[in-house]
Write a protein that binds this ligand. Structure first.
Ligand SMILES: CC(C)(COP(=O)(O)OP(=O)(O)OC[C@H]1O[C@@H](n2cnc3c(N)ncnc32)[C@H](O)[C@@H]1OP(=O)(O)O)[C@@H](O)C(=O)NCCC(=O)NCCS
Length: 183
């Protein structure tokens, strides 16, 4: 896949700093990924080693594509709270647009609009700086919180499919319709 735009390694929103991954993110990231509540709609809780490998994968994605999932921290406290950002999945079966906006946050910070704040910044980055035509988002049908974040971020339900062994629902937004939604 190609993108026309410039890499943006850090973004500040009102309450969040979306930044590159650091070694000291592993402790809080592996703690949150060991929490069954956080991982309820994901394939399962993860060991520290699996979290470490996943962070390495996020970093490789950044190197390969020039964008990716940012480590998210609360600006005021500098606390690491999870990830928000964009991820390209070559194996996505529903068409040519394979860049997804996604999020996973620590349980302690749910319900304050932080995922939506980060999702909007990620979408703006994808459409405006990277020049993507369309951005998708994927979740299990029963993950209502994630679906709400998609809706509040201006994505619309497109359908259901089977992906990586799971029945999923997927949403998307095109650049022009999203810019109209945001204006
Ligand atoms: C999904 C997740 C990132 C949302 O983070 P968040 O910061 O709480 O999200 P927001 O506050 O921006 O929005 C959440 C919305 O879902 C709603 N919501 C949450 N749980 C809900 C439920 N069980 N039923 C109905 N609505 C629910 C909230 O009320 C809110 O909507 P509102 O603003 O209209 O009231 C967070 O729950 C999470 O990390 N979950 C675990 C990881 C995960 O599932 N990631 C996505 C995988 S696809």
């Amino acid at each position: 896949m190609s993108s026309r735009g410039a890499s943006i390694f850090e973004i500040e929103t009102t309450r969040l700093l979306l930044r590159q991954w650091r070694d000291d993110d592993l402790d809080p990231y592996s703690r949150m990924c060991a929490n069954p509540e956080v991982m309820r709609y994901l394939p399962g809780t993860m060991t520290r080693e699996q979290s470490e490998e996943q962070i390495a994968k996020f970093v490789r994605h950044w190197k390969e594509y020039g964008f990716g999932l940012w480590a998210a921290e609360i600006r005021e406290t500098e606390a690491f709270i999870g990830f928000i950002g964009l991820q390209y999945s070559e194996d996505w079966p529903e068409g040519e647009h394979k860049t997804e906006v996604g999020w996973r946050l620590d349980r302690s910070c749910w319900g304050r609009g932080l995922a939506t704040e980060g999702a909007l910044a990620s979408l703006r980055h994808g459409f405006v700086e990277l020049g993507l035509e369309r951005i998708i988002s994927i979740t299990l049908p029963e993950n209502i919180a994630s679906r709400r974040v998609m809706e509040k971020s201006g994505l619309a339900l497109r359908g259901e499919t089977r992906w990586r062994g799971f029945d999923v629902v997927w949403y998307d937004a095109g650049r022009q319709e999203w810019e109209m939604y945001r204006s």
